[in-house]
Design a protein around this ligand. Structure first.
Ligand SMILES: *[C@@H]1O[C@H](CO)[C@@H](O)[C@H](O)[C@H]1NC(C)=O
Ligand SMILES: *[C@@H]1O[C@H](CO)[C@@H](O)[C@H](O)[C@H]1NC(C)=O
Ligand SMILES: *[C@@H]1O[C@H](CO)[C@@H](O)[C@H](O)[C@H]1NC(C)=O
Ligand SMILES: *[C@@H]1O[C@H](CO)[C@@H](O)[C@H](O)[C@H]1NC(C)=O
Length: 598
């Protein structure tokens, strides 16, 4: 019944437009030898999700939420390039920047939808022209421009604010003046099994077109081996590796952008070597500039004046909020839930290392993607952000940082009033919510920075176009998806107990008293003395360190104000004193990493 319904929606969609739209300009920019000219020995199995035990791929996405948009091409291009940035940084890591090296970069598909005029926004596009845009203009991270499922085809503009935005309660939204952009040096096309394999092996994932059949649409696992012979490409995905199954069938490993509830955690395998679904005919690649390191883009240095509103997006937005106490004291309605000894009861803090950073433990990064709670408009959801980031990181730790990365959805907690709203909330209730209901990942429910209602649709959804409406289309409930629960949760405070908790189980949430000075932080070990700190903001702490020069111990914190803030979205702050009360009211939860219930 549901499947039949989806099918009828999709045939309507196909009649409207194809998500893969080939642009006539086939110009390539090539300056070095192509991998098939020099790669000779290819392994039988190769998959960037697990190369000698390391996962190089970035988080899964969903192009179909918060409503329908034919943006497959923008997702395939940005995901493949984000993966390549991670690969390039690791490969050319000189050992000095290890911490920065391992942070995941998620490029913004929304910027392509707003600005890349060779492609048709939500009405389709392709990888080659997306990489041409990135070559000429550069592209920022998701934290500059959140996915809205709209594009220039639907009236979006491409002004400064449509490339990188920031919002504050007092000023509204404005163009961010200084942020990082990523470029590609070279881009081009690749086709045929052997050349595709050489390109993927040498430089990373590629974007390819496929024909979407009923089998592909309803795929739930295994190797797709299409017998209909269709090769009329109408969708873009990314190809990330290959293998041979137990029957000797050769397959590609592919990433889709339809949420983790589709296929194999959002991914698929497809017969390799016979141009199944046309996958070996129309692929593109981009080579990250500067080994995956960004350029700083600085628009101008004059201070921000009046709020600037993008006319299209502006109409969707609530007026700016006047106060920003986004964090209330931690409170558990039913008290703490403690089932096992707490780390500080069993660990001698004196034996702990001098530095501990979950972004880099023996060369492995355990932290999940960075977020920006303030776009597309201001929302005081820190209480839902710090907690879900800490829990997502803890899931990664329990999974040994293997694929797939799970990034829990803060919007579900906001919609279901699991602690508060865009006006602020209680982080403790997020753990109680996760214990009682579970939280799905962000591909079930996109962050919208606004309050919602708690219905099945607002927990996990997918959207398709209809006869009446291409955009926003019609959204329907997804009934089969994974939720992540916590088994226990509680308070922690004081440097020693926090260290024990962090070391043994992973990042924690903490309250802090944010001041104007802290908002202006751009790097270094922060300290500020205030008399009676009252935590008004929730962040997460992911480690600590020691500065030899100043003999200062410090905390390593993750904020949710975009990666243009602080040290790529992160900060360091003095331990023990002058730290805005960051040790006074922290919280923790123990997630269940396989999606089972407590
Ligand atoms: C194709 O793109 C290249 C690179 O942007 C540009 O120089 C060239 O003029 C374009 N050709 C056509 C026919 O549009
Ligand atoms: C994986 O390990 C093997 C054996 O140590 C090595 O030859 C190969 O280069 C490694 N692969 C990558 C991509 O690092
Ligand atoms: C936010 O502002 C409103 C109206 O100005 C005020 O009533 C309320 O107490 C404020 N909330 C906080 C948490 O400061
Ligand atoms: C993670 O590593 C530990 C220790 O090697 C192992 O016991 C556990 O099964 C691993 N878990 C996963 C999900 O890989």
């Amino acid at each position: 019944m549901r499947i039949a319904h989806l099918l009828s929606l999709l045939s309507v969609a196909a009649a409207f437009t194809k998500c893969h739209q080939r642009h006539p300009n086939r110009t390539e920019v090539l300056s070095s030898a192509l991998p098939h000219e020099y790669v000779t020995d290819l392994p039988t199995n190769f998959d960037w999700r697990d190369v000698n035990g390391t996962n190089f791929v970035t988080v899964s996405r969903n192009q179909h939420i918060p409503h329908y948009c034919g943006s497959c091409w923008a997702f395939a291009a940005t995901s493949a390039l984000s993966d390549r940035i991670r690969i390039a940084r690791e490969r050319y890591n000189d050992g000095k920047d290890r911490v920065l090296v391992t942070r995941e970069v998620n490029l913004s598909p929304q910027v392509l939808l707003n600005c890349d005029k060779e492609d048709q926004g939500c009405h389709g596009g392709e990888g080659l022209s997306a990489y041409r845009y990135i070559h000429e203009n550069g592209i920022p991270e998701e934290g500059c421009q959140r996915y809205l499922a709209t594009g220039h085809d639907l009236g979006n503009t491409c002004t400064d604010i449509d490339v990188c935005r920031n919002c504050v309660p007092s000023k509204g939204c404005f163009p961010q003046k200084s942020y990082d952009t990523y470029h590609v040096d070279e881009y081009g096309t690749v086709d045929g099994e052997a050349k595709m394999m050489a390109e993927i092996y040498a430089r990373g994932p590629i974007v390819c077109g496929v024909a979407v059949t009923d089998e592909f649409l309803h795929y739930a696992g295994g190797v797709i081996d299409d017998k209909t012979g269709r090769t009329d490409i109408d969708h873009d995905i990314s190809i990330v590796g290959w293998g041979v199954d137990e029957h000797g069938t050769k397959f590609w490993v592919g990433r889709n952008s339809w949420g983790t509830y589709w296929g194999e955690e959002g991914w698929f395998r497809l017969r390799r070597g016979n141009n199944n679904l046309g996958v070996e005919t129309d692929c593109a690649f981009g080579v990250p500039s500067n080994n995956g390191w960004p350029k700083r883009k600085i628009l101008d240095t004059t201070p921000v004046k009046a709020p600037v509103w993008s006319s299209e997006i502006g109409s969707l937005l609530a007026p700016p909020r006047q106060n920003s106490t986004c964090r209330h004291p931690v409170h558990f309605t039913q008290g703490e839930k403690i089932l096992t000894p707490r780390p500080h009861e069993i660990i001698d803090v004196a034996t702990l290392p001098k530095q501990w950073d979950w972004r880099n433990i023996a060369g492995v990064n355990y932290v999940t993607w960075d977020k920006n709670q303030h776009i597309p408009q201001y929302c005081g959801s820190c209480w839902a952000q710090g907690t879900t980031s800490a829990l997502s990181d803890r899931i990664a730790i329990l999974r040994n940082a293997t694929w797939p990365e799970i990034a829990l959805s803060p919007q579900v907690v906001i919609n279901c009033h699991g602690g508060g709203s865009c006006e602020g909330g209680n982080p403790g209730a997020v753990y109680e919510y996760a214990h009682n209901h579970g939280i799905p990942d962000q591909t079930c429910q996109a962050y919208e920075a606004k309050d919602g209602t708690c219905s099945p649709l607002r927990i996990c959804e997918t959207c398709w176009p209809t006869d009446e409406s291409f955009s926003p289309g019609k959204c329907e409930v997804v009934s089969k998806f994974k939720s992540y629960y916590v088994s226990e949760y509680g308070h922690v405070r004081g440097a020693d107990q926090m260290k024990a908790e962090l070391y043994k189980r992973g990042p924690i949430g903490c309250g802090m008293h944010v001041t104007d000075k802290f908002e202006q932080y751009t790097g270094g070990i922060y300290s500020e003395s205030i008399w009676f700190p009252i935590p008004n903001h929730e962040i997460s702490i992911a480690g600590w360190g020691y500065d030899e020069e100043t003999k200062t111990e410090y905390w390593i914190g993750r904020n949710s104000w975009g990666t243009y803030w602080g040290e790529n979205g992160w900060f360091r702050i003095k331990m023990h004193s002058d730290n805005l009360g960051i040790e006074s009211d922290c919280d923790w939860g123990v997630p269940i990493p396989d999606g089972s219930q407590p």
